[in-house]
Design a protein around this ligand. Structure first.
Ligand code: IMP
Ligand code: MG
Length: 181
């Protein structure tokens, strides 16, 4: 992609770096209060949630371990095809952990519904879901996160880990993707 096109498609910033920082600080405090020193495992769903996890784990002061899972929801352009595949599984046996799934965005709800069902069968001590963004208008299967930092309208968004065709994950803010009229 050419740099001019790359820049042009960053339509508008919808959540600033500062707003994200502030919300994560609060979310970290809530986790500290909720778990109160119990062993927690923060599970990031790759790739989109890697930036959120990196900041969230530094906002938490209870001892925590980190785990990674890779789920791919297949997109053709900006439209979800509804196919979710686990391409890399956790290495931990989660039966000894309070698990928090850390996700970037809940859109149709399919990815998290599948992942939660799968992880519940492994009998974690408890299971919660925290997502940076929620697009409730787009839900196809019923799913509610225990905590959503921001609820957004039906925009296709990029930045802070979220991509469009693998680009834009490195932006420090969340922006709407599209042509500037
Ligand atoms: P769901 O299974 O439809 O809820 O899809 C969730 C996954 O789709 C997220 O983890 C993202 O990777 C991707 N996704 C959904 N909406 C967006 C978006 O607006 N921008 C970038 N990725 C998105
Ligand atoms: Mg994702």
């Amino acid at each position: 992609m050419k740099i001019e096109e790359y820049k042009r498609k960053i339509k508008q910033i919808i959540i600033s770096e500062e707003q994200i920082k502030e919300a994560i600080k609060e979310a970290g405090k809530e986790i500290d209060a909720l778990y109160d020193g119990r062993p927690i495992l923060l599970v990031s769903i790759l790739k989109g949630a890697f930036v959120f996890l990196a900041d969230l784990c530094r906002a938490v002061s209870v001892p925590c371990e980190i785990g990674f899972m890779c789920a791919k929801s297949y997109y053709s352009g900006t439209v979800s095809t509804g196919v979710v595949k686990i391409t890399m599984d956790l290495e931990q046996d989660i039966s000894n952990y309070h698990v928090i799934i850390v996700e970037d965005i809940i859109d149709t709800g399919r990815t998290l519904k599948d992942i939660c069902n799968m992880l519940k069968q492994r009998n974690p001590l408890s299971l919660r879901v925290i997502t940076l963004l929620d697009k409730p208008e787009r839900r196809i299967v019923e799913f509610k996160a225990d905590k959503a930092l921001f609820t957004i309208p039906d925009y296709f968004v990029i930045g802070y880990g979220l991509d469009c065709a693998e680009y834009y994950r490195s932006l420090p803010y969340i922006a709407e993707y599209g042509e500037n009229e």
